[in-house]
Ligand binder design. Structure first.
Ligand code: ATP
Length: 619
């Protein structure tokens, strides 16, 4: 799924971004709509539509706006800013970002989410807003479309700030009686009153509302900017970001936020909120701005290659990630880095009923033009074994052709040139075609290896070799022969049909996995080159990994084993820090305390870690 397909629930920061531009298509102009001062959907006079070139910078666009408005005659470009905003069509601003003077608004706009077919007042959309620099200071905040909307937002903010202390507990540690039932009741009660966040001491529990909540707009961000202590304001994801940032500056140590939860619980959305708030918190220099832009452009690229439709989430991340935002000692962002873990490779060759392969396959097949179809030897999704094992289904509200367009824009903006993109899409097609290679058993009388597998459709191998720029014979050998290196000689044997099929699938998984790692590497290069002079500094890391998985009727695979082991390990770390170390500290200091019983998973973790006990040794 793309952002488009979340009709009411689209959240996150600006999901798609661009600040570089392809050299091609220079002759065309593009229409950019700019809202004056505020977003007012009812007032057409407040909107300027400009035909601009792709390479028109923010500064030039501001110049054009000034030139076209009589009331702004004589004003200086330097006194105005262009903001990229996200919010609902009724004018609620959900998130805003000031564009750099050198940024290209056309490129930014090109990677915005397309609106779903059905748009309602809760469907967030992006837009540009033109503002005087003194605007915020003069009005104290974002101006909304109408007084009615403004007052409803203020009412929401007031309700958010004044949360009842007697019936609902913003911190579950304050519950007079702590049982599973009271805990759940309290979460339910708070959720029903629109409070999706609750603390358990320093831990934030987020209950996914699956609908748009106007609690991430700049008003909320500003509220939390100065809150150095958790609990001084109502629970919010921004508060976690604030505390991390201020702790990092105060104790001069790296910080880490661990986000965990089952699939679809909102980990990626929370990561986005944290990331964008962490970047806005720092006194941004140009590095902070460009890091934010690159990180946000990287989002759609990682999403296309690493996310897929699953039974629980239309846009499920099938890999874990650790995003490090690097800061200088003075608290300014100096770059970032993304580490990825355990891409779900089995999905490339097989998907459970009701699920799909990685988004990028469908985007390419839908979005490629005629020339590209020929160049990459593309077929229809149903013609590929890796895509047709389940009933095909169309994702409501997602236009994969548009998604492909946007993916290309996002790739350009993180530095993938047109040639590299072509190579990448060629590899994607090669992975799909690999799955179509079939084997037959050829019986050779008088020859002992009756089980040998031979390729039935060699013409497909030709196509794959062509796309991967390797020799057909080499690929053919790799797909049918194995080598045994003995002491004095090397023996080459032909695979059986089932061995050859497994080899083919392993090759497809390996190629896709390497491609994904290459893409992450390139994204990291783009993020790192931002600041060579960083010197000493710290980082705040955000770990967004899969929660425990049990695929139910299907058998859990090796991937589930690894995921669940990682979660057990995290749980064990958590138990140690929250229960064991804390209680040991109380004992040491002579504080009277009744020990809390908790389920200790040390034995489970050791089962995996101790070599003698488990066949596979995990480090
Ligand atoms: N804070 C939020 N406000 C509104 N909607 C949200 C929020 N968090 C999550 N959602 C909704 O829930 C959906 C699933 O969230 P998300 O993709 O972040 O889950 P996840 O835990 O990362 O899942 P997975 O592990 O499968 O990747 C989002 O697409 C969004 O519609």
């Amino acid at each position: 799924m793309s952002f488009d397909s979340i009709s009411a629930g689209a959240t996150g920061c600006f999901p798609r971004r661009a600040h570089t531009i392809n050299a091609t298509d220079d002759a065309h102009t593009h229409t950019v709509a700019v809202y004056m001062h505020s977003f007012n959907p009812d007032c057409e006079n407040d909107t300027v539509h400009l035909e601009v070139h792709k390479r028109c910078t923010t500064e030039e666009l501001i110049e054009k706006v000034l030139a076209g408005r009589a009331e702004l005659e004589g004003q200086s470009v330097q006194d105005f800013d262009l903001f990229e905003m996200m919010g609902t069509p009724d004018g609620q601003t959900y998130k805003e970002r000031r564009l750099d003077p050198g940024e290209y608004p056309v490129a930014v706009q090109a990677i915005w989410s397309r609106l779903p077919v059905v748009v309602d007042s809760a469907t967030p959309k992006n837009r540009f807003v033109f503002r005087h620099r003194g605007y915020r200071a003069a009005t104290g905040g974002t101006r909304f479309g109408s007084a009615e909307v403004a007052s409803s937002i203020d009412a929401f903010l007031t309700k958010f700030l004044v949360q009842p202390q007697d019936r609902e507990y913003a911190d579950l540690c304050m519950l007079p009686e702590l049982t599973e039932q009271t805990l759940l009741d309290n979460l339910r009660e708070r959720f029903a009153n629109g409070h999706i966040y609750t603390y358990i001491g320093p831990i934030l529990v987020a209950v996914n509302p699956f609908c748009f909540f106007p609690i991430y707009n700049p008003k909320y961000a500003r509220l939390y900017f100065q809150s150095k202590r958790l609990g001084s304001l109502p629970p919010h994801i921004f508060a976690i970001a604030d505390v991390c940032y201020h702790n990092m500056l105060r104790i001069k140590e790296n910080q880490c936020v661990v986000i965990s939860g089952e699939s679809g619980s909102g980990k990626t959305e929370s990561t986005n909120h944290l990331m964008s708030h962490l970047i806005s918190l720092s006194q941004k220099g140009s590095t902070g701005c460009s890091t934010e832009q690159t990180l946000l452009s990287a989002g759609p690229v990682l999403e296309a290659f690493g996310n897929a439709v699953t039974l629980t989430n239309n846009n499920s991340s099938r890999f874990g990630k650790f995003i490090k935002i690097n800061y200088r000692e003075n608290g300014m962002v100096s770059g970032a880095n993304v580490e990825i873990y355990l891409l779900e490779k089995s999905r490339i060759i097989f998907q459970t009923k009701g699920e799909r392969n990685y988004h990028v396959f469908y985007y390419l097949l839908e979005g490629a033009d005629e020339e590209e179809r020929k160049k990459y030897f593309l077929l229809k999704p149903n013609d590929y074994k890796y895509l047709n094992q389940n009933e095909p289904f169309v994702l409501e509200g997602v236009n994969e052709r548009n998604e492909f367009d946007r993916l290309r824009h996002a790739m350009s903006s993180v530095g993938f040139c047109a040639k590299t993109q072509q190579t990448i899409f060629g590899i994607i097609s090669a992975v799909l075609l690999l799955g179509n290679i079939t084997y037959i058993k050829v019986s050779r009388h008088g020859y002992h290896s009756d089980e040998s597998g031979y390729i039935e459709n060699e013409e497909v191998v030709d196509l794959v070799a062509n796309l991967l720029h390797i020799r057909t014979e080499t690929l053919m050998q790799a797909l049918t022969m194995k080598r045994h290196v003995m002491k004095t000689e090397t023996v080459v044997l032909r695979y059986s049909v089932s061995e050859a099929t497994n080899t083919r699938d392993a090759m497809a998984k390996c190629i896709y996995n390497s491609l994904f790692h290459y893409i992450v590497l390139r994204i990291n290069q783009a993020l790192l080159k931002k600041d060579f002079s960083a010197g000493k500094g710290y980082y705040i890391g955000i770990l967004d990994i899969f929660g425990f998985e049990d695929v139910g009727a299907q058998c859990n695979s090796f991937e589930q084993l690894c995921i669940n082991y990682a979660n057990e390990k995290l749980q064990s770390y958590f138990n140690q820090h929250i229960f064991q170390f804390e209680q040991e500290e109380y004992l040491k200091e002579g504080i009277s305390w009744t020990n809390i019983e908790y389920t200790d998973n040390t034995e489970c973790v050791q089962l995996f870690q101790v070599r003698e006990e488990f066949q596979i040794h995990f480090h």
